[in-house]
Design a protein around this ligand. Structure first.
Ligand code: 13P
Length: 247
């Protein structure tokens, strides 16, 4: 299992960033769960370069641009150079600010060129009775993966994060049965896009109000490889509890 802690912009002080990192460092050697911390960019730059622990780091976003005269952009090369191994792409909070399907695909290709593992976030805004949300998720995956070579398609992690379930509580998160169904559907889509049987190796995560109260049940019910966690990942005690819950 893998747990990706997306600190979003919840963490705004050096003290808080250090506290969360030291908690993660402490539990990482005692669990088989792979811990990936995804801090805001300044804290990635502060924590990741000197990191010798078994905790891995990721960035919350990456530029669509290569290096050059692009003020404000963080390129894949600079993120990899800072010590990140992963990068979130297509997060709904970035898509809401104008990231297009083409932008997401571009980000993935820059990330892979610099050996960053892209975590592609997909998920519908709401559910309907005709199943349009399935076509929506299919399109997000297809648009991101089909421009890649068959080999590179297998290097992308998929994180299913339905927008309606983000930032709420365990009670509002997806039900184990609905998650199970969606993961099967995503695996079917992946099997159509990836060569041979390689899609079986693709990691598929779930995100959206994962808390200690629902993590174990969600992990047990669906064929998922881990979680992408927002608010519960910035409360040190809850995060430790979460790691134990899915261990
Ligand atoms: P929450 O866990 O706060 O719902 O956030 C999920 C998410 O968006 C992680 O990327």
């Amino acid at each position: 299992m893998i747990i990706v802690a997306n600190w979003k912009a919840y963490v705004e002080t050096t003290e808080k960033a250090r506290t969360l990192f030291s908690r993660a460092k402490k539990i990482a050697p005692k669990t088989r769960v792979r811990i990936v911390l995804v801090p805001p960019a300044p804290f990635l730059g502060m924590l990741a370069p000197k990191n010798k622990s078994s905790v891995a780091f990721g960035a919350q976003d990456v530029s669509t641009m290569p290096g050059g005269a692009h003020t404000g952009e963080s390129t894949a090369q600079s993120i990899a150079g800072a010590g990140a191994s992963y990068v979130l792409v297509g997060h709904s909070e970035r898509r809401a600010r104008g990231e297009s399907l083409a932008d997401t695909a571009q980000k993935i290709s820059h990330a892979l060129a610099h050996d960053l593992i892209p975590i592609l976030c997909v998920g519908e805004r709401e559910r309907d009775t005709e199943g349009k949300y399935l076509a929506f998720v299919r399109e997000e995956i297809t648009a991101a993966l089909t421009p890649l070579s068959p080999k590179d398609r297998g290097r992308v992690i998929i994180a299913y994060e339905p927008i309606w379930a983000i930032g709420k509580t365990a009670a509002d998160a997806i039900s184990p049965m609905d998650l199970s169904e969606m993961i099967l559907y995503i695996r079917k889509v992946l099997a159509e896009i990836l060569p041979g049987k390689s899609s079986a190796r693709t990691k598929v995560l779930y995100g959206g109000s994962v808390e200690p109260a629902n993590a174990r049940q969600l992990a047990g019910s669906a064929r998922i490889d881990g979680f992408l966690v927002g608010h519960a990942s910035v409360e040190p005690a809850q995060f430790v509890e979460l790691v134990h819950a899915i261990s």
